[in-house]
Ligand binder design. Structure first.
Ligand code: AMP
Ligand code: ZN
Length: 492
């Protein structure tokens, strides 16, 4: 039997997974900053960790999965200076910052459901843990790794680096970093340009601020994850994950804060999901190449040829290893759509098969393929190779189905095939049969009528009516998908 091995970004090696307190596993994943809609790039990272969570549960571990909500309005630049994005968005939308938080938190959770992400077991928010963050900053001051100046508190990277190793995760060197930071704004009050904010004094215009021993202010971004992971998973826990772009400075700073406050390495296995690119470039809002989930399922995006379902995209994500870059493009989406159909059709065929006299060669092949599913997942969650095995199993199932629904394997092998195939497709990869048009006669008829009305509005260039129909259906949980050939709908 194979055993789970994980690529640890800290040791830069694949290591055997040995949890600190089996069968329990503590998993912390950095959650979204809820000041705007998540795009498919964000979704990829959260889906990767959903798959990892699912496989740990499938493997029998009792997982406490903590994924935070960043809602305290940290500042844009790495060193804790710049603009508070949450407050800027609140001004733009003429909302209270907490309304922005609510709106995008709910939106994020809707997206998670759409992509069949299991909820974490704890979803703590930064604003709900101000006290813990203040306490950690105080501990860091007491330990000589932080200092207060003008109502702000900074982490003293040089003092820390004398005793410990700043840069251990990212491999960065502090002298080079210092040179790079010299000219950034807001560096005056720090001892060194590389120091980062644990707490920032709030100016009079600031809305999101809290009382602290240093006056009114707000926490630095890195501090929240250290405070919340320690609170819910302990000073040392098993796995910490996030997107590759968080390795530095966010995760590096988290390590420094935890080690500085608790005097022990916090995380046994650091895991980083790689980026989703669109036509070769990292998908990001600022580059203007981001696709929002709603644009995907309506097809309403300049870069898309038609609408695609969330499961198609989930499947596309799963087709590549979580630590590899993935370029999303039309061809990949089209292939994923077909591939997913093949796997899901085989689920139905499999349930209809009857057992006939076993063929030894086929039997052996199927057993080997079933075993390989676990072996590939144990090899650092290799979903790409898992899917290759599932395709081969689907081919066997199709052959059986086309030969009069007769499976020439033993009952025991059929049972193994049935449990393995279903478990890996649904429980581990988190795929599901979508509620697509064609499954409900009455709804189909009504929807055909609505689609016809909308199509004639579109033909008449009556965009107001066609948008109104689309928006009202969306409110009701029905998404219209336009393609060149036809218009379909999906209940989400
Ligand atoms: P943010 O809300 O910006 O902190 O991002 C939430 C998560 O999405 C983080 O773990 C990021 O690493 C991740 N992320 C952002 N852009 C991408 C992308 N293009 N591909 C994959 N993950 C991303
Ligand atoms: Zn974090």
């Amino acid at each position: 039997m194979s055993e789970l091995h994980i690529y640890n970004s800290l040791s830069r090696k694949k290591e055997k997974f040995e949890p600190l307190h089996p069968p329990f596993v503590g998993l912390y994943v950095c959650g979204p900053t809820v000041y705007n809609d998540v795009h498919l790039g964000n979704v990829r990272t959260f889906t990767s960790f959903d798959m990892i969570y699912r496989y740990l549960v499938y493997s029998g571990y009792k997982v406490r999965y903590v994924r935070n909500i960043t809602d305290a309005g940290h500042l844009t630049n790495e060193q804790g200076e710049g603009v508070n994005r949450l407050e800027s968005q609140a001004q733009l939308e003429r909302l209270e910052p907490m309304e922005v938080v609510q709106k995008y938190t709910v939106g994020f959770q809707d997206v998670c459901r759409l992509f069949n992400l299991l909820p974490p077991t704890i979803e703590p928010s930064a604003t709900g843990h101000i006290i813990e963050q203040i306490e950690m900053a105080q501990q860091l001051i007491a330990n000589g790794f932080a200092y207060e100046v003008n109502g702000s508190v900074y982490f003293d990277v040089k003092a820390y680096n004398k005793k410990h190793n700043y840069g251990i995760l990212s491999g960065r060197n502090i002298d080079e970093l210092m040179a790079g930071y010299r000219d950034l704004d807001g560096q005056e009050e720090k001892r060194n340009s590389i120091d980062f904010a644990l707490w920032k004094k709030a100016g009079p215009a600031h809305i999101m601020k809290w009382k602290s021993p240093w006056g009114e202010g707000f926490p630095g971004w890195h501090l929240e994850c250290s405070a919340m992971s320690t609170k819910y998973l302990g000073k040392q826990f098993d796995i910490h994950g996030g997107g590759m772009d968080l390795k530095f400075p966010h995760h590096e700073c988290e390590i420094a804060q935890n080690v500085g406050a608790c005097d022990c390495e916090p995380v046994k296995y650091w895991m980083h999901g790689n980026m989703l690119n669109f036509n070769g470039q990292k998908m990001s809002k600022s580059l203007g190449n981001s696709i929002l989930p709603i644009q995907l399922i309506t097809g309403d995006h300049i870069l898309l040829d038609k609408a695609y379902s969330p499961m198609t995209v989930r499947f596309l994500f799963m087709q590549s290893h979580y630590s590899s870059e993935l370029d999303i493009n039309i061809k990949g989406l089209q292939d994923a759509e077909k591939g997913l159909r093949k796997l899901l059709n085989a689920v139905k065929y499999l349930a209809e098969l009857k057992i006939v006299a076993a063929d030894e060669k086929t039997e052996k092949e199927i057993i080997a393929l079933c075993n390989s599913c676990k072996e590939f997942m144990d090899d650092d969650f290799n979903t790409a190779r898992l899917i290759a095995s599932l395709y081969e199993l689907a081919s066997h199932i199709n052959i059986f189905f086309n030969a009069g629904k007769s499976a020439n394997i033993s009952q025991a092998t059929y049972d193994l095939l049935l449990t393995t195939y279903n478990a890996f497709i649904f429980d581990v990869l988190g795929l599901k049969e979508e509620n697509i048009s064609g499954n409900n006669d009455a709804l189909d008829k009504v929807m055909q009528l609505v689609i016809d009305i909308r199509n004639s509005a579109r033909t008449n260039k009556d965009w107001a009516t066609s948008d109104k129909i689309r928006d009202a259906l969306k409110e009701a949980g029905i998404v219209i998908k336009d393609s060149k050939e036809n218009t379909t709908y999906e209940v989400v």
